[in-house]
Design a protein around this ligand. Structure first.
Ligand code: ZN
Length: 364
């Protein structure tokens, strides 16, 4: 009996060490460009042997780690998550034992969530993984470096650029301790950092454009209000303001158009007499826009329709709008800044009326 058990153990140990070699060989082979199908077949064979021999813990986790690498190279996100869950279940079978490799297996899941545009979820997973790396492997480990890198990848699409820059700089500093200049890992860290820097510049430019554009809108608004005070009505065209109410027409051009030459879509109601980037909502042109709340009468001009909106909604009605920004930028009758993305401002205005809000009065 003892002899047989000994033999079984011995042959089990031999099979287990065969599986170790198989896994090591196939992992190295895959990293140097070997076939993913072949790698997966080898990993699965190693996993079967480990399970038959009762080898648990680290060996199974190593195999699952390589399997997940194959799946993430295929961009197969569902198996990536299933393999991580399998690894977590395996790790739970050894309570009190830490397996840093499991934290590394969160990284492909971060990539998966980013590919699925679930950025907040990607960020949460990346933070969890990084916390484990810092605890188990310390602040200089390569895997900690990857943890910082993945967190940066999750932050950038959410425009959390300051923190993205910070963590990408840490990732690069860590990788520089391990890899020579020009190594592909260093190049990857540098390109992540460059993407975030470029996004930061774009954002700063957009914010500066918006500020300057709103200053233009304020000047035009002041001219419109001065005209209205004297004429007891809104001007029919922005050109009616020139030159008595608006002598410098530079403010009719949005800084985005001035800088890039990009022309806005003015929906066919551009002013005939002056060049302008802006859509004047109270023009004498017949209405060309949808009127979802049925406020306009058939044949109303823009101005007639907008006057009815003023009576209904109060001074929150936009007067001049710029469509050259990520979100349309407007100045309201009351002189406030309004930004509209996908939705219509009327929807919000109607909602607050339904909720019992009273429209503020319009000054005569
Ligand atoms: Zn503008």
């Amino acid at each position: 009996m003892r002899a047989m058990e000994l033999r079984r153990n011995f042959s089990g140990a031999r099979r287990e060490s065969y599986a170790d070699s198989l896994l090591e060989y196939t992992a190295v082979n895959m990293l140097s460009g070997g076939s993913l199908d072949k790698t997966e077949a080898n990993v699965r064979e190693a996993l079967t042997i480990y399970r038959q021999c009762g080898a648990g813990g680290q060996k199974i986790l190593n195999a699952l780690y390589v399997l997940q690498l194959v799946q993430s190279q295929r961009h197969d996100w569902t198996p990536v998550e299933l393999t991580l869950n399998e690894a977590l279940a395996e790790a739970r079978r050894s309570p009190g034992v830490n397996f840093p490799v499991v934290a590394s297996m969160y990284h492909p899941l971060v990539t998966a969530r980013i590919a699925q545009s679930q950025y907040a979820e990607a960020e949460k997973i990346a933070r969890d993984a990084l916390a484990i790396h810092l605890k188990l492997q310390g602040s200089d480990d390569i895997e900690t470096g990857w943890g910082y890198y993945h967190l940066g990848e999750a932050l950038r699409p959410q425009h959390k650029l300051t923190e993205a820059l910070a963590v990408e700089n840490i990732a690069l500093a860590i990788m520089r301790k391990w890899f020579p200049p020009g190594h592909s890992t260093i190049a990857l860290m540098e390109s992540a950092l460059a993407s975030t820097q470029a996004a930061t510049e774009v954002e700063l430019q957009q914010a500066a454009d918006e500020e300057l554009c709103f200053k233009n809108l304020q000047k035009i608004h002041a001219a419109i209000m001065a005209y209205r005070k004297e004429h007891k009505k809104m001007p029919d065209w922005l050109s009616d303001l020139v030159p008595a109410y608006l002598s410098d027409t530079n403010c009719l051009i949005c800084p985005v158009e001035a800088r890039t030459g990009k022309k806005p879509d003015l929906s066919g109601i551009a002013d005939n007499k002056v060049l302008s980037s802006y859509l004047y909502e109270f023009s004498a042109h017949p209405n060309v826009f949808p009127d979802p709340y049925g406020i306009a009468a058939p044949g109303d001009t823009m101005q007639a329709w907008k006057e009815k909106q003023l009576a209904r909604y109060g001074p929150i009605v936009p007067v001049v709008r710029c469509r050259l920004h990520a979100q349309a930028l407007s100045i309201t009758f009351g002189g406030e800044r309004m930004k509209t993305g996908g939705g219509r401002w009327e929807d919000d205005a109607e909602k607050s009326l339904r909720e019992g809000a009273k429209a503020a009065p319009i000054p005569p």
